[in-house]
Design a binder for this molecule. Structure first.
Ligand SMILES: O=c1ccn([C@@H]2O[C@H](COP(=O)(O)OP(=O)(O)O[C@H]3O[C@H](CO)[C@@H](O)[C@H](O)[C@H]3O)[C@@H](O)[C@H]2O)c(=O)[nH]1
Ligand SMILES: [Mn+2]
Length: 736
């Protein structure tokens, strides 16, 4: 591929942050060593003298060791943060741009409303890229007629929308977002009256289109099936009129699903999309989108090409990841729906051979998912069939990625081709092949993105993270606590599945990738282990405070400073991360709360289920996040009020911990006032106080709120009972 004299992209290290990060690693690391020294020496003294009980001391020491271990694992993501810029205007002419397939996944129109999904489809069809080089595939895992009919309506509307958005060079091409947004984002020709006339006409058609979809969605949930034959239709080829040259290809794909066959959730859907598209358009690159993540800036494909056209990196470059952004954010991001903590990690990984895939919003090179090592010219057909399955047409397509013409541009799908396409979308096609293992998206976990990126990075591929000022994709974030906890539990469960598999990054990684890179994959997959130190620090010092057992140095002890330093340095660094990412200070509180809610609740179920899964006693499922939010919930989210309509098993652990901390704090204070040994108990009183303040929203939910989103008295009573049991048993155990 040719390039002009000017670079297509540039990158620079975020120097200031890097220096601060590294100094912090050094100082905090030294302080942790001092802490271990203190713990080890005190422990040996306790063992000798038996003055203080050993069990609580050991528990707290183990918690600190685990916290420090996870802290160390997370450091590589702070090592070399980058910033990248692209110059798409310097790309070569249209004819030289490669073709791109777009994959969009949906399942259930009752949770993923058709209007939203079709907006994503339309925005992808309207990408600022030659239309004959784009093919959009919608995978409908529910095999729902609601989605299929919506797709046909979307095609009709696209016939108006795509030419309109191209003619006026609109810089926002998702119709819903376009009509909602202010005039400033309209096309460059806004002043012309013919533009306004046309726009009004299109708006009318859009409203009609939406009306039809809404009418069509009445029985959405009953239209979803887990038992259906494959249904694949190239929508273009069923239209009568011939004026389609301005239109990208649009394909509906419902793979076959049978209750007796595992379908592997989104990974399975993506693998079918890869095979089906290989037989139809076979573009060398594909873009993956979730059904709610529409294209906000139509130039993303060109921005991605800036990297693929750079001969210095193109041979090794597997994917270009854009951030996930959300259009339904509230000013107070109480649930940390923006996932900025995750973005901060990915920026850091960009400096270490690349970020992992974040599920959607990335462009991928097709050959990567096949594995070039599997497709040498001299490999015999039998071996290929073992790898890729029995479709010869598909195997041919692998060798034809770059050269294959867009067969279906103006032709119809022949019967043979239709049969072959349905064959590769059948539920048994994967059986006895390497799909999901050596080829395509790795299937054994519900976080297909994390697992697959880890394997690709192990194979030496690199990836890049691009975060332009204008966000390229916009999705809908979770806006209720229930959805947040359910989603986090699913993610953590999937990550733990990886950690417990033979691909556990800390074992499998170091031989295949750099130590820093495998540490950071290790950090992500082992994150659920925070549950142990979190419970350790939320219970042990508190119970010991009640029983008057000191676990920390006195204020006058020189090691007191070490503990204070570690606490402050961790908190200030956290604050620095947030502020240098451009977020307001209050994010510190919200992220901290979400971290505590995750550690106290989601991680318990995630680790437990992952262990059960490991011994074959748990069946993984993929609980979809709801994209159709009820009004009252949306209002609370906008106002920054927590919505505690959450199943008791997710909420009760948090409330119980809270009650334990409140009890410990007040009884502890009373004790201190009587016995005057405050200096010995200072840190131990501070810990519950910190927890009580940070999690004030729980107190509010249990005691002060009366609205529908409060914590139910059932959960509160249950939590009082649990915390009493914890305190009683804990006090017993902590005397040993
Ligand atoms: O059996 C399934 C289950 C899900 N999906 C699709 O997968 C996408 C993600 O599902 P969603 O319920 O939105 O989950 P999230 O937790 O919001 O998704 C995040 O986390 C997933 C991994 O757990 C990634 O795949 C996603 O890209 C990432 O946005 C959606 O488009 C679904 O329609 C399927 O196609 N088939
Ligand atoms: Mn989602």
């Amino acid at each position: 591929m040719e390039i002009g004299p000017l670079p297509l992209h540039e990158w620079k290290v975020r120097k200031r942050e890097m220096i601060i990060n590294r100094i912090h690693i050094l100082l905090h690391g030294i302080a942790l060593l001092a802490l271990f020294y203190y713990r080890a020496t005190t422990l040996s003294r306790i063992i000798k003298t038996r003055q203080t009980p050993i069990i609580p001391y050991l528990l707290i020491f183990i918690s600190e060791l685990m916290l420090s271990f996870l802290w160390v694992l997370h450091r590589p993501s702070k090592w070399r943060p980058l910033k990248r810029t692209t110059y798409p205007q310097r790309l070569p002419q249209h004819q030289k741009l490669p073709r791109i397939d777009v994959f969009i996944c949906t399942v259930d129109p009752s949770k993923e409303p058709s209007v939203e999904v079709m907006n994503t489809v339309l925005s992808a069809m309207a990408l600022d890229y030659p239309p004959d080089k784009i093919a959009v595939y919608l995978s409908d895992d529910g095999g729902s007629y609601v989605t299929f009919q919506a797709m046909q309506e979307a095609w009709k509307f696209a016939r108006l929308w795509i030419p309109f958005s191209r003619k006026y060079d609109l810089n926002l091409r998702c119709p819903e977002a376009y009509f909602k947004s202010a005039e400033s984002v309209y096309g460059k020709n806004t002043v012309r009256s013919d533009f306004l006339d046309e726009q009004n006409e299109i708006k009318k058609k859009y409203d009609e289109f939406k009306g039809k979809l809404e009418k069509n969605s009445v029985n959405a949930s009953s239209s979803v099936s887990r038992d259906h034959p494959p249904k694949i239709e190239v929508i273009n080829s069923s239209t009568v009129d011939s004026n389609t040259e301005e239109m990208p290809l649009l394909v509906y794909v419902a793979r076959e699903k049978r209750p007796s066959h595992p379908h592997h959730f989104k990974a399975g859907a993506l693998n079918v999309l890869i095979r089906v598209s290989a037989l139809i358009s076979n573009a060398p690159y594909f873009l993956v989108l979730d059904c709610d993540h529409y294209c906000n800036d139509p130039t993303s494909a060109r921005q991605a090409m800036c990297f693929y056209f750079d001969p210095k990196i193109s041979a090794k470059l597997a994917w270009v990841q854009f951030p996930q952004s959300f259009h339904n954010m509230s000013e107070h991001d109480i649930y940390d729906g923006r996932l900025h903590y995750y973005e901060r990690i990915l920026i850091g990984l960009d400096g270490l051979r690349g970020p992992n895939m974040a599920g959607c919003n990335y462009y991928m090179k097709r050959e990567v998912v096949y594995g070039p090592e599997n497709i040498q010219i001299d490999v015999d057909l039998n071996k290929l069939e073992k790898f890729f399955g029995l479709s010869n047409e598909f195997i041919k397509s692998i060798y034809n990625i770059i050269n294959k013409p867009n067969l279906l541009r103006d032709g119809k799908v022949s019967d043979e081709l239709q049969e072959e396409i349905e064959f590769v979308a059948s539920s048994t096609y994967d059986n006895q092949t390497e799909w999901g293992k050596e080829v395509g998206y790795r299937c054994f976990t519900v976080v297909e993105d994390g697992m697959t990126s880890f394997i690709f990075h192990c194979k030496g591929w690199i990836s890049v993270w691009v975060d332009p000022a204008r966000r390229c994709f916009m999705g809908s974030c979770t806006t209720s606590l229930n959805d947040v906890l359910v989603q986090q539990t699913r993610w953590s469960f999937g990550l733990m599945q990886i950690a417990l598999s033979k691909f556990s990054p800390l074992i499998y990684g170091p031989l295949k990738m750099s130590l820093l890179q495998s540490m950071s994959y290790g950090a992500q997959t082992l994150d659920p282990l925070y549950v142990f130190p979190f419970y350790g620090l939320s219970l042990v010092p508190q119970i010991c405070l009640l029983s008057g057992i000191p676990l920390y140095p006195k204020v006058s002890d020189p090691f007191f400073v070490v503990f204070v330093f570690i606490f402050l340095s961790a908190q200030l660094k956290f604050l620095h991360d947030i502020v240098s990412y451009g977020d307001p200070i209050r994010t510190w509180l919200y992220e901290q709360r979400v971290w505590m809610m995750k550690s106290g609740s989601c991680y318990i179920y995630a680790t437990l289920n992952a262990f059960l899964d490991k011994i074959g006693l748990n069946e993984a499922n993929f609980s979809l996040t709801n994209k159709d939010i009820d009004d009252e919930q949306a209002k609370r989210h906008q106002k920054g009020i927590y919505d505690f309509q959450v199943p008791a098993q997710l909420l009760a652990p948090l409330c119980s911990l809270y009650i334990v901390n409140v009890a410990a704090f007040f009884i502890g204070i009373a004790r201190i006032l009587c016995s005057q040994n405050w200096s010995e108990m200072f840190i131990q009183t501070f810990i519950p106080l910190f927890g009580i303040i940070v999690n004030y929203h729980l107190l509010e939910g249990m005691v002060f709120r009366q609205d529908k989103g409060r914590i139910s008295s059932y959960v509160s009573l249950q939590s009082i009972a649990i915390s009493t049991v914890i305190l009683a048993c804990g006090s017993l155990i902590c005397t040993y």
